[in-house]
Write a protein that binds this ligand. Structure first.
Ligand code: ADP
Length: 266
């Protein structure tokens, strides 16, 4: 376990979130696999079902949620010692360190400082009653996932997003082992960027191979949640600040995303 984490004495610290029914931590072994995209679409989709949802971005060094949801110009404000979150829609509250920094700021924080910020995000943000809190964690098993797992405590569930190739899968095993060590329930593994269907001729090309996510999930004894194909429109909508599944409903990618989310046991 890492030293920065040990030094902040957070054993047993999991108060302040009784108002959150389900806590879903979205993790990945590597960056760039589509974790933030999945987290944003998951939160949006749960909000569409008339649930009260909070989306918490704890990627301190590269927060993507403000861009993906078109909230780059949003600033949050304090109210009687609390922080009022931004809203994407009335039942989707959003908090990100990106709301406190400029786009090009390089944040230089050690583990304990990150821990304190994450603690404030849990305890001092006015989340009110939430059916779901979806947390977008930075890749890997470093300070941020460690802090959030400790702070949210028992009952926190994890989804691990990966791409199909071996290089990405090796790190997924570490994420699963992290969850086991931290007693997080692994809801399952999502294989993103899994093949590309040419919109002109319909040919399927396995750009990053395929099927590795399922094999790895079986090997590690955790559920496999499904494959999401590549669609260049995901990039287009993410860059323009709109959840992909709000904009696109009938593509293979949208169908796969919706099916995975509908089948989640939460
Ligand atoms: P991470 O959070 O893992 O770093 P992001 O969610 O930021 O990854 O996604 C990385 C890039 O890949 C973004 O440009 C995003 O729009 C794109 N992307 C994610 N999933 C898909 C997909 N299924 N098809 C096409 N592009 C995708």
């Amino acid at each position: 376990m890492n030293d920065a984490f040990k030094s902040v004495k957070i054993n047993g610290e999991s108060q302040g979130n009784e108002n959150i029914k389900e806590k879903i931590l979205v993790m990945s072994g590597k960056g760039g696999v589509g974790k933030s995209t999945f987290a944003a679409n998951l939160a949006f989709s749960l909000a569409l079902r008339n649930k009260e949802v909070g989306l918490l971005d704890i990627d301190m060094h590269g927060p993507s949620i403000p861009r993906i949801l078109g909230l780059l110009d949003e600033k949050v404000y304090g109210e009687e010692g609390s922080i009022v979150p931004t809203k994407y829609r009335k039942n989707l509250k959003v908090m990100s360190v990106g709301f406190f920094t400029e786009a090009d700021d390089a944040i230089i924080w050690r583990g304990p400082m990150k821990h304190n910020v994450i603690k404030q995000f849990i305890n001092d943000v006015v989340w009110d009653e939430l059916d779901y809190m979806v947390i977008d964690s930075p890749p890997g098993t470093g300070d941020e996932p460690l802090s959030i797992a400790q702070l949210l405590g028992k009952g926190t569930k994890a989804i691990i997003v990966t791409t199909p190739q071996d290089l990405a899968l090796a790190d997924v095993r570490k994420s699963i082992n992290f969850c086991k060590q931290m007693s997080l329930e692994v809801l399952g593994v999502v294989e993103n960027m899994s093949g590309f269907v040419c919109p002109h001729c319909g040919t399927l090309t396995e750009i990053f191979k395929s099927g590795g996510g399922r094999r790895m999930a079986e090997e590690m004894n955790v559920p496999f949640l499904g494959k999401i194909p590549i669609d260049p429109k995901v990039v287009e909508y993410s860059d323009s600040g709109r959840p992909y599944i709000e904009a696109v409903r009938d593509s293979e990618t949208a169908k796969a995303l919706n099916e995975i989310i509908s089948n989640l046991d939460v």
